[in-house]
Design a protein around this ligand. Sequence first.
Ligand code: 13P
Length: 271
Amino acid sequence: MDERQTLVNRPFPHPLVVGNWKMNGSLQSVHGLLEALVKLDYPQLEIAILPPSLFTLTALMRLNGSQVSVGAQNIHPQPYGAHTGEVSAAMFSELGCRFALAGHSERRTDQNESNAEVAAKCAAILKANMTPILCVGETFDQYRNDQTEEVIESQLNALLANLTEKNLASLVVAYEPIWAIGTGKSATPDYADRVHKRIRLWLTRQLGEEVANTVCIIYGGSVNSANARDFMVQSDIGGLLVGGASLNVSEFCKILDSASTSLLRSQEERK
Ligand code: 13P
């Protein structure tokens, strides 16, 4: 990839901040979180949460009319059928979900999800009129051996078998270095921004620069209130995918504050 072709414009009108609750929470704690989330008022941001699927309907009902969207952490690529224990994209969509994750590293590891399965899930999410949040990222060994670019490129290339250009343009891509997830050791903002630019370059090759610039690329991996701003001021980081810190309301609100004020500041700087 050509370093000189790096892009400098923030691609998405509103930064997207997504809270991935993973397999955490109880009915009681979820109710507590929702009571706080329903009051959020950040006109400069797009906010979504991904609760455990059992709490999806509770979240949708409580957050109805608020600015917080709800999404799925995982879907089955078939719309219905004999797949015991699974939930389809069509089902999440019918309830009112807007987003669904595909390819989170925890599923790639725990459930052996292949790049091809992840691509099929992205296609199913789009078919159900939701936005896929495609997660890509490298292991620590791959990072240490300078293989980040080729790993991510192969994760992205797998999409081409299932997705049209129009489909690709509708993705949100989340760069989540596996070594940064849940470790408290985030990537440096500069490193994350460089990887985002590589992802955008790949998108540019598929879609042309104008369309590629509209794709939202977000960073995830040990994001917290102390580092959120440093990520958000990078030129090609369009938002954040937050795990552990999204389960703590005051921490999550501080991250939203950082995302919203860093955007205002960069708008001021551009004037
Ligand atoms: P942490 O923010 O807990 O590192 O998790 C990141 C993540 O995996 C979000 O999908």
